[in-house]
Design a protein around this ligand. Structure first.
Ligand code: ADP
Length: 416
């Protein structure tokens, strides 16, 4: 039994022990105690000691893993709860939620784990591992709760499959409508009166918006279940940022906004000649262009006057891009939600500016693909700065990687 029946009564119908409150009738019933609860819950519960040896294994844990509790108790937890990656390779002990909780003394959650069962099959699970702290403050063990997520993941996959099929199928008719509208709006092909032209221009803008929405839906559903196609290679970031800024400058012209690019020279000036720093990293340049275009487009979209400045800077291990605008800014309470799917700041200005609320979600998914980080700092009414950090490669590492990439491409056989 995990807790003693209380001898002290707190209220007429309740009793308390530790943080646990139970009713009187529960406390009196010898058959209803925490052992009973552990035996009926549907989630697996396992407790390990400081050495990682299983001390408790409830019936659901036995049912999910296939290990009888009598065999599991007194084995190392890695034997009965081995986690594997997508390729079926066992994860190193340090990556296991239970070891992390044991090591750090903190609660560790892993909602995307895969368990290898006793029969060798795999099962998607979620785990929450909480440390058991002794009176001296040391970690004495860990209690972990794990749940069979097979049904949820299947439903998620079905939902995301539906979204991606639907958005893919809908892009074709939308492209046709867009094409016909632009033919109708071409004065060399069709004669229109002013009213008809205005209506068709509005229809064309709405159709383009719909096209972007379906494209974003398709990309976000791919990002969600890890199907985002990425061909990473060694790239020099300065070039990519410069191109994206130039494209942005063109779009900003209509609004009378200036877009500038500032490249910080972290290496300083040598002999009167400035050395242009080279920022190498390992990413898919097309995916990164998508991110930069999104941030620059947002900066232009949510700024009515002033400028947009894109900075590229870094230190030996990090590349940092900053996209700064002098626009409307973002309320502090919206900032934590900004990178969530479909999230848009709700105010009169954003209601009139078209958008899907998917752009920043997609940006974050792409940046995470390359072990980077994206965040924003903003002051309402003054402007916002979006930051991206990515791991930096030294020029030597970049060269080595480029050479090894080149050597894996088989040379073209000479003719004749
Ligand atoms: P969208 O722009 O299509 O609505 P995003 O995911 O790109 O979607 O952005 C989410 C929301 O974040 C926007 O609706 C807007 O409210 C806010 N936002 C993004 N960038 C900026 C910016 N530079 N300045 C002010 N608000 C911004």
């Amino acid at each position: 039994m995990w807790f003693k029946k209380p001898d002290q009564q707190t209220q007429a119908s309740q009793q308390q022990h530790g943080g646990l409150v139970v009713s009187d009738s529960f406390a009196k019933d010898e058959n209803l105690d925490s052992d009973f609860i552990l035996s009926v819950v549907d989630d697996g519960v396992v407790m390990i000691d400081g050495q990682g040896v299983v001390q408790l294994f409830n019936p659901a844990a036995a049912h999910i893993t296939g290990w009888p509790a009598t065999e599991a108790v007194s084995l190392d937890f890695q034997a009965v709860l081995p986690l594997i990656d997508a390729k079926g390779t066992k994860l190193p002990p340090a990556a296991h939620a239970l070891s992390q909780s044991l090591r750090t003394g903190k609660t560790v959650r892993d909602s995307d784990a895969t368990l290898m069962l006793k029969n060798g099959k795999s099962l998607p699970i979620s785990i929450v591992a909480s440390p058991v702290i002794g009176a001296n403050g040391a970690v004495r063990g860990v209690v972990a709760i794990f749940r069979d997520m097979a049904k949820e993941r299947e439903e998620e996959a079905r939902r995301s499959d539906f979204i991606s099929t639907a958005s893919h199928e809908m892009r074709t008719p939308i492209a046709a409508i867009e094409g016909y509208l632009s033919l109708a709006l071409n004065p060399k092909i069709a004669q229109l009166d002013d009213n008809a032209r205005q209506y068709l221009q509005k229809a064309s803008a709405a159709t383009q918006h719909l096209g972007v929405l379906f494209q974003d839906l398709l990309t976000s559903s791919k990002a969600e279940d890890g199907r985002l196609v990425s061909y990473p290679k060694v790239v020099e970031f300065g070039e990519i940022v410069q191109q994206s800024v130039e494209e942005g400058r063109f779009r900003a012209k209509e609004k009378g906004l200036e877009v500038s690019f500032v490249l910080s020279s972290s290496q300083g000036i040598t002999g009167g000649k400035e050395i242009r720093p080279l920022y190498y990293t390992f990413v898919d340049p097309d995916r990164i262009r998508e991110v930069l275009q999104n941030l620059i487009d947002n900066a232009i979209k949510y700024t009515t006057s002033g400028s947009v400045t894109v900075r590229l800077t870094g230190d030996p291990s990090i590349i940092q891009v900053q996209v700064q605008d002098t626009g409307m800014g973002i309320p502090a309470e919206d900032i934590p939600h900004l990178f969530q799917k479909f999230y848009r700041v709700d105010n009169s200005a954003t209601r009139t500016i078209g958008g899907t609320g998917l752009g920043l979600y997609i940006c974050q998914k792409i940046i995470e693909l390359y072990n980077g980080r994206i965040w924003v700092e903003s002051e309402l009414g003054k402007g916002s700065t979006f930051f991206i950090n990515l791991p930096r490669l030294s020029s030597q590492e970049a060269l080595q990687m480029q050479q090894s990439q080149a050597s894996t491409v088989s040379p073209v056989a000479p003719k004749g």
